[in-house]
Ligand binder design. Structure first.
Ligand code: SF4
Ligand code: SF4
Length: 406
């Protein structure tokens, strides 16, 4: 069995004749969505670098820097982005790394401004949020009023959440996060729960997934704490690649059995083979708390790694979003699977397309090409074990197998 990108692409483009003569067992989505004729703009906004939690593994060291987006700067950007001649729909995504709901008034203003501007311009808005889940009643009301679909971070039972995601005061965040998680489920606005996997909770993933299933959660995203690889020997929280991949496979099988959609390294095999790793190499439009524009959600300032590639600089009022920073954008868009020599022989190249250059420090050069196998080890190990589970008949919700005609 193999996962053949060419044939898979053929399914997406409905050129089924490419399947004829293939002995390959294909895994395909039950429903192949036709491309939408309505164009959608996605605007990602980081309202703040500040955070009320002190997560033990936070990549952004949130909370140590307290920078908030100026509403005036945001309004300027919004004015130029919401353009009905280009887009009929607009998704505003409020991103964490810094907690976006920390200042409820700013959060409300950002959402309200977008809704109002879209209404004026006859553009249909939608809203999404990644949050640490510690918000209070005002934010809960805004989420309900604007139907904001939320991804919430929660690392597991009480003692684990307390150990990994405490409040800055040292208090346990678990009761408030669980309460908000339940509210979001009852509002039908919980999109996904993100679980960061460390040596504290890796053995408890089945328990965590079963608990979330009982709570009515239908989608779970698991990611290892960002210290896999060469740091694993040095860190008390290190997890070996083989151990992580084994637990990922077990989590995958359990999610298949429970009908939960799983997101994470091993699920790349189900990703449409676009040839690009993520939107940073397409049309990501990320507004930083400094009011600058970035292509990557992890690059907000000049001092961040790879800022020379991803950070486009301050927005210029009246600029055209399609041509803004055109040379930098073009350079990023050329990072496609077929142009990455280091990935040429990899079975995942069309799905992974070089991986995330922000994932493991020092494993990517200034051209965003990987320089060693560390990022690949984890992805490939997880994908191999997921494919082995597929071969045993475990399929995620919404997927079926097809046998080619030999
Ligand atoms: S390059 Fe990595 S961190 Fe940046 S947007 Fe893509 S996946 Fe996210
Ligand atoms: S797993 Fe590694 S070699 Fe394969 S496409 Fe991804 S980055 Fe390239």
């Amino acid at each position: 069995m193999a996962f053949e990108a060419a044939a898979y692409s053929a399914l997406h483009t409905r050129r089924l004749e490419l399947l004829k003569g293939s002995e390959t067992l294909l895994v395909v989505p039950v429903e192949i969505q036709p491309p939408s004729s309505e164009k959608k703009a996605v605007l990602t906004v980081f309202p703040t670098t500040n955070c009320n939690l002190r997560c033990s593994y936070c990549y952004a060291s949130s909370g140590s820097l307290k920078k908030e987006l100026s509403l005036q700067q945001y309004q300027l950007i919004l004015h130029d982005i919401v353009d009905p001649s280009r887009f009929s729909r607009m998704q505003l995504h409020l991103h964490g790394g810094g907690e976006p709901t920390l200042n409820p008034r700013l959060f409300q203003d950002i959402v309200h401004e977008c809704a109002t501007r879209c209404q004026t311009m006859f553009v249909a808005p939608s809203f999404t949020l990644t949050t640490n889940g510690t918000f209070g009643p005002l934010v809960r009301q805004i989420i309900a009023d604007y139907r904001i679909r939320c991804s919430i971070s929660w690392d597991g039972p009480d003692e684990i959440q307390h150990r990994q995601r405490p409040f800055a005061s040292g208090e346990n965040s678990h009761p408030v996060v669980l309460n908000n998680l339940r509210d979001l489920v009852s509002l039908q606005l919980l999109e996904r729960v993100r679980v960061t996997v460390t040596s504290n909770n890796i053995d408890r993933l089945p328990e965590i997934i079963r608990f979330l299933h009982r709570e009515g959660v239908t989608s779970v995203h698991i990611e290892p704490v960002s210290i896999l690889g060469r740091q694993e020997e040095k860190s008390e929280e290190g997890i070996t690649v083989d151990r992580y991949a084994h637990h990922f496979q077990q989590a995958y099988i359990l999610c298949c059995q429970l009908g939960i959609a799983l997101k994470g390294a091993g699920m790349l095999v189900f990703k449409r083979p676009s040839g690009r790793y993520c939107g940073a190499f397409g049309w990501n439009f990320v507004v930083t708390p400094w009011g600058e524009i970035s292509a990557c959600t992890r690059v907000q300032q000049q001092s961040d790694r790879h800022s020379e590639s991803f950070l486009f600089g301050p927005w210029i009022a009246g600029a055209d979003p399609m041509t803004f920073a055109a040379a930098q954008r073009k350079y990023l868009q050329q990072r496609r699977a077929e142009n990455l020599t280091a990935c040429a022989g990899c079975f995942l190249r069309h799905h992974c397309a070089g991986g995330c250059p922000m994932s493991i420090p020092g494993s990517y050069d200034k051209n965003l090409e990987r320089t060693d196998d560390l990022p690949c080890d984890l992805i490939r190990a997880c994908c191999r074990l997921v494919l082995a589970a597929v071969r045993q008949g475990h399929l995620p919700p919404g997927w079926v197998t097809l046998k080619g005609n030999s």
